[in-house]
Design a protein around this ligand. Structure first.
Ligand SMILES: [Zn+2]
Length: 56
C-alpha cells in the first residue's frame, strides 16, 4: 500500500501556523500535534506550549 504510506507521510509532514503564547511569535508546527493537542516547542524562545481547541 504505497499510496497509503505516502498519504500518511504527507499528513505527518503537513504543517500549520501556531502562535506561541509566551513570546507571541508564529511558527510552523505539525498539524498532527496541533489536532492532538500535543506539546509543541517554540523555535524562538524554546518554550513548550499546547494549542487547545476553542471550546464552543
Ligand atoms: Zn515563543
Amino acid at each position: 500500500m504505497s499510496y497509503l504510506s505516502r498519504l500518511m507521510d504527507h499528513i505527518a509532514n503537513a504543517t500549520s501556523t501556531a502562535r506561541c503564547p509566551i513570546c507571541g511569535k508564529s511558527s510552523k508546527q505539525s498539524i498532527t500535534k496541533i489536532s492532538r493537542e500535543q506539546t509543541m516547542i517554540c523555535p524562538y524562545c524554546n518554550s513548550l506550549f499546547v494549542r487547545h481547541h476553542k471550546s464552543k
